[in-house]
Design a protein around this ligand. Structure first.
Ligand code: M6R
Length: 359
């Protein structure tokens, strides 16, 4: 039940710290080493390339996963829309391994790709929130996201669980392959930091609601911008906002705006900037000035070590590769309040179903 929450979406956003703490208990031992079925890691260790297939929010989690896998395992990793790969099969390396991300485990687009994998004897692993689902049963291996039932159509806690479980698999695989970055990556500490960080973001919800009311709700469109790990988060943040509030929102790699889309910025257009990447934070500040000069209302969401006095939301520090666990929550709350304060049915946006079982 929704308990005291007005909508499932808010309840599920608020459950994310406990999802991370549960994943720690479920998938990490006392030393923080992953407890992942040795057969899965052994099969993955034979791959020369990983291919992640998914749709929607799960695809966005895969884009973060790519960065985790490449950092921790050094195995080149590609991410594709299942709907495209099903009928235009990408060129394969010699030893591909497919990873399917799906909250429901029933997404038809992903099932088509899995059938192709089976036909070609390509080994596969499904990460899903529904252990007995079709994608879990039909893949060679499956792991549970352990996020608990997700009722709201807009996916929130399944995304954070997908990022976290990919980090667990990447660390286990990287350690098996002898990669030092994997051994040094402290998942236990970072899951704990991320859980606390999410709690802090949730405790700023009245500020987020005010910003949504002042800058986002009055506008018919909006942009999220980010670089590095913040780029896939910008895509997910934009999907969340448009999906539930019906405000047309696009996520952009920040520098790409000036290659065309900046012509859409007018007086009052909300641009929400995510800054978690130390390498590009100065460039992000420059991109922010470019849109301010065209009249945009900029909201900045910045990790503490990169924050300046006038930033709107300051996020607690978490390992760069896991920073999406925290930054996405601010975006989930912007989406939630934009929809709720417009009087919309937050949990059941128009035209959408929780699981998409048609191609
Ligand atoms: O169940 P799946 O993770 O396979 O679903 C994929 C997408 O349909 C899903 O993430 C969708 O994009 C969400 N409604 C987004 O909030």
């Amino acid at each position: 039940s929704k308990g005291t929450y007005e909508f499932y979406m808010l309840k599920e956003i608020c459950e994310q710290p406990s999802v991370l703490r549960h994943l720690d208990q479920y998938y990490l031992d006392q030393n923080g080493d992953p407890k992942v079925d040795a057969k899965i890691i052994s099969a993955l260790s034979k791959a020369d390339r990983l291919y992640i297939f998914a749709a929607g929010t799960s695809y966005h989690a895969g884009l973060v996963g790519k960065q985790l896998f490449e950092k921790l395992t050094m195995i080149p990793t590609e991410v594709g829309f299942a709907s495209e790969a099903g009928y235009h099969f990408p060129m394969m390396s010699k030893h591909p391994f497919f990873i399917f991300l799906s909250q429901s485990g029933e997404t038809a687009d992903s099932r088509v790709v899995l059938q192709q994998a089976i036909k070609r004897s390509i080994p596969s692993l499904t990460l899903t929130n529904v252990p007995n689902s079709t994608l879990a049963r039909e893949a060679n291996y499956a792991m549970s996201l352990e996020a608990g039932p997700e009722i709201a159509v807009a996916s929130t806690k399944a995304y954070t669980a997908q990022v976290a479980v990919q980090a667990i698999v990447a660390k286990a695989l990287g350690e098996k392959l002898g990669n030092k970055d994997a051994t040094a990556f402290d998942l236990k500490e970072n899951f704990a930091l991320a859980a606390e960080g999410i709690e802090q973001v949730i405790s700023s919800q009245s500020k987020i609601e005010q910003l949504a009311q002042k800058y986002i709700i009055p506008s018919r469109n909006a942009f999220y911008i980010g670089r590095g790990i913040d780029y896939p988060v910008a895509l997910e943040a934009a999907l969340k906002l448009k999906e539930v509030s019906y405000i047309q929102t696009e996520g952009f790699a920040a520098a790409e705006l000036k290659h065309g889309t900046i012509s859409l910025i007018e007086k009052g257009t909300p641009v929400i900037a995510l800054i978690n990447d130390p390498i590009t934070s100065d460039l992000m500040r420059g991109n922010i000035q470019e849109v301010i000069a065209r009249g945009a209302n900029v909201i900045t969401i910045v990790r503490k070590s990169l924050a300046k006095a006038n930033d709107d939301l300051v996020l607690p520090e978490v390992n760069y590769y896991l920073s999406p666990l925290v930054s996405v929550v601010a975006a989930q709350l912007f989406a939630y309040f934009a929809a709720k304060d417009k009087g919309l049915d937050v949990d059941k946006p128009r035209n959408l179903a929780k699981s998409v079982t048609v191609e």
